[in-house]
Each structure stands twice: as C-alpha cells, then as structure tokens.
Design a protein around this ligand. Sequence first.
Ligand code: NAD
Length: 297
Amino acid sequence: MKIDDIKRILVVGAGQMGAQIAMQSALHGYAVTLNDLSMDILEKGMKGNRVQLEKRVAKGQMAQAQMDAAIGRIRLEPDLEKAARDADFVVEAIVERLEPKRELFSRLDSICPPHAILVSNSSTLMISQIAPATKRPAQCANMHWFYPPLVMRLVEVVKGKDTSEETAQLVAELTLKIGREPVILRKELPGFLVNRILRALGREAYYLLEQGVASFADIDKAVELGLNHPMGPFKLADFSGLDIGYNARLETYEITKDPSDLPPKALEARVKRGDLGRKTGRGFYDYSATPPTPTPD
Ligand SMILES: NC(=O)c1ccc[n+]([C@@H]2O[C@H](COP(=O)([O-])OP(=O)(O)OC[C@H]3O[C@@H](n4cnc5c(N)ncnc54)[C@H](O)[C@@H]3O)[C@@H](O)[C@H]2O)c1
C-alpha cells in the first residue's frame, strides 16, 4: 500500500485521545470514522473537539469554514462493522487493558479490508502483545500520540517484532500528512522513548526530594530555569494526574519487582489523600491560590 491509498482513517475509542486524533486527521483533509460504544460517547467526544476549535476561530487562528469542513469529514459510527468496512488505516485508542485490545484487533482483522493497517495508541502495551490476535501482524504497529493530540506534535511509531518496514514507514508518512512529527523506534520496549526519559528524570527528582537535598518546588524551579523545561517534574505530575503516575509505577513494579519502581512516599501520600493534582485542585501544589502554592507532605 502507498500513502495515497489511505483515504479513510477509522479511530476506535472517542475518549481523551481518540476524539482529538480523529479531529487532527480531519483537519488535515482525511475522511475519518470515529467509533465508540455509544452515540452519546461519540457526541461527547465531538463536543470537546468543537470547544477546542471554537477557541482557535475566536483567536483568528482558523476560519469558521475550515472548522465546519473538518467536523463534516468525521462520521460518527457506533456500529464497528459499519465503521470498519471502508477503513484503510485504523487507530485503536480504547481502554488501556490487554484483553479488550486483543479482542478488538481480532475483530478488526476480520472486518477491515485486507490492506488496512492497524495501529495501537497504547502508552504501555506493545504491539507484539496485541498483533498476534490478527492474521496481519506485519501490518500492525504502535502509533503513540501525546496528550492533548490537537496540540502535542510528537508521535512515536514503534515496530513490533513482526511489523514490516513498509508499515512503519507508512505510519510515519501518515503522521507527517496529519501535521505531526514522527520518530521511529526500530525495537519495542516498555515506555518507548519519551516516557522512559521522563521516568528517569522523575526517579532522580523523587530521589533528591527523599534525600532532603531540596524541596520539590526548588527541584521544579531548577529543571525549569536550568534545563528550560516548561514544567518541572512535580508540576508535570500534577498536570497529568498523580493517580496516573502512581498506577503506572505499581504496574511497572508488578513486572519488574524492583523496589525502586514502587511509588515514592511523597506521591503515595497525596494519592491516598485524594489529592490527585490539577483535576482535584490540589496535588504537589494547591491550585486555589494564584500562583499555586506548594503543599506540605
Ligand atoms: N490519556 C493520555 O494521556 C494518553 C496518552 C497517550 C496514549 N494514551 C493511550 O490511549 C488509549 C486511550 O486513552 P484515553 O486516555 O483516551 O482513554 P479514555 O478512557 O478517555 O477513552 C477510552 C474510550 O474507549 C472507549 N472504549 C472502550 N472499549 C471500547 C471498545 N471495545 N470499542 C470502542 N470503544 C471502546 C471508551 O468508551 C472510552 O470512550 C489508551 O491505550 C492509553 O494508554 C493515553
């Protein structure tokens, strides 16, 4: 298959990631089908997209006609069979659990056209765990977007052990076509590139905090002013949700049994109190104040 043979993209899962992946693809001219478990969920996903695009129109960054045309290119279809029939490229962005993903890939394999490429947006599950559920593992890959997909430019394209070079190149080409920048990982490994580097930074930041070397606010300040990162590791943890980082560490520990992978005390204490970061108004920082103030342990 050639890049120009990709005419219609199907995105399965219209949550935080899938709805915006569909929107980003439609903004770049692709016909898109968006599938989820119900029409209500699909409409909620599209409502979120409208809010984002209306802001761009209000700021003069986008014409109303451009927004309307892009929204018009997205077909909402809760029936997977109907959604998959004419798909050339499928992005899976459903719940982060292996079995549902394997079941979905198996079903997609039987109902999509034989040439279709199937990719997973999973952050932690590697395509080699999912693709054996299909009869087309060479046409499967990870295509890992970052939140929020309408803003974040990077996409990690990851080859599993059976992914063909042609598939990896096509996923990378499509990424460029929809206004995003690909990096290709020639070998798969948990956490891919970005989350591994982020984890290494986070581990050191928590180590320095636990050793009493500096406060978390000063560690954030050091990373922001010394490395030019837009947010230090503790502010970023608040932004992503402390429960997300906490659960990811527990899952990693389940696999590695390495105590250094367990959630650090400062993180655990906040999660146990229900202080999950920005979404609850309080995490490492208290967001009821402007600027936010550091919280005590
Ligand atoms: N949230 C992030 O920051 C982020 C970043 C990168 C990658 N991801 C990955 O993207 C995927 C989706 O994450 P999310 O944050 O959008 O989750 P989410 O919970 O917001 O959305 C998942 C959606 O999938 C739907 N769904 C579940 N099972 C389905 C099925 N069988 N068929 C169709 N739809 C189904 C749910 O109804 C829900 O709307 C996960 O694999 C996650 O690891 C998430």
